[in-house]
Write a protein that binds this ligand. Sequence first.
Ligand code: AHR
Length: 307
Amino acid sequence: ACGNSDTGGGGTKDDGKITMGFSQVGAESGWRTANTTSIKESATAAGIELKFDDAQQKQENQIKAIRNYIQQKVDVIAFSPVVESGWDTVLKEAKDAGIPVILTDRSVDSADKTLYKTFLGSDFVKEGKLAGEWLVEQKKTATGPVNIVELQGNTGAAPANDRKKGFGEAIAANPNLKIIASQPGDFTRAGGKQVMEQFLKANKQIDVLFAHNDDMGLGALEAITAAGKVPGKDITIITVDAVKDGMQALADGKFNFIAECSPLLGPQLMDLAKKVHAGETVPARIETEETTFTQEQAKEALPNRKY
Ligand code: AHR
């Protein structure tokens, strides 16, 4: 339908085929790779023509890609915003062009909710909360301080803000649990390794690591081992995502707990695209279903894990 619209924007079809412009955050993690695969495969399966752009974790690249999609008069724009703030102008441009926007995976903090049709993704606060609650339970008999370090996602990203919030709120239940250091590791293995090295140098006693995703946790494993400590034993490691490598580390006893974040958003996204294109009303918020994993549960789930 792309580029042949008599309404001056998306929405009017020439060939009946829906064209979606998708701006992806980047390829920073195993989660992201699985998410990209899900989107590409689902578009093909749904008969939707996909224009895909990898923004390499830069907001300016996402804004550029969205403007290109507006110019090309795609039918639907979908994107996963790298950070929460700063989208109003470009979203208004899409709205003025009559192109519906679907937020997927991450949301924006725009006050004007009419700038997008729906937000499909996880409850990141809940993920952080589940991680924190597990720790509270594990440490309920602790009599002295429990020193926690936190590897955050990229600054300003919804999952970084929200996981920090949920975890912080949950551990407030036990004043012994203290976050002694918290820094962004950008959701990457390299970032996780580098920041964990700094944490280990600067802090004599680290009891727990909370990493906002598996990849940073996996990077941190290298730093922990290099420092002569045993991951999963000397340092309790909690992460988010449950991608295969993370689940393997959990099953191997190197991680202790994972709060799941599902990247398999493609099928639902394509469904939503068809609906908004047809002018149907869709729910403003669609939450992904997810669970949590202990070491035992990871061992059981691993053989059937698809990503
Ligand atoms: O937005 C989802 C987060 O982004 C995932 O938890 C993380 O791995 C990814 O980079």
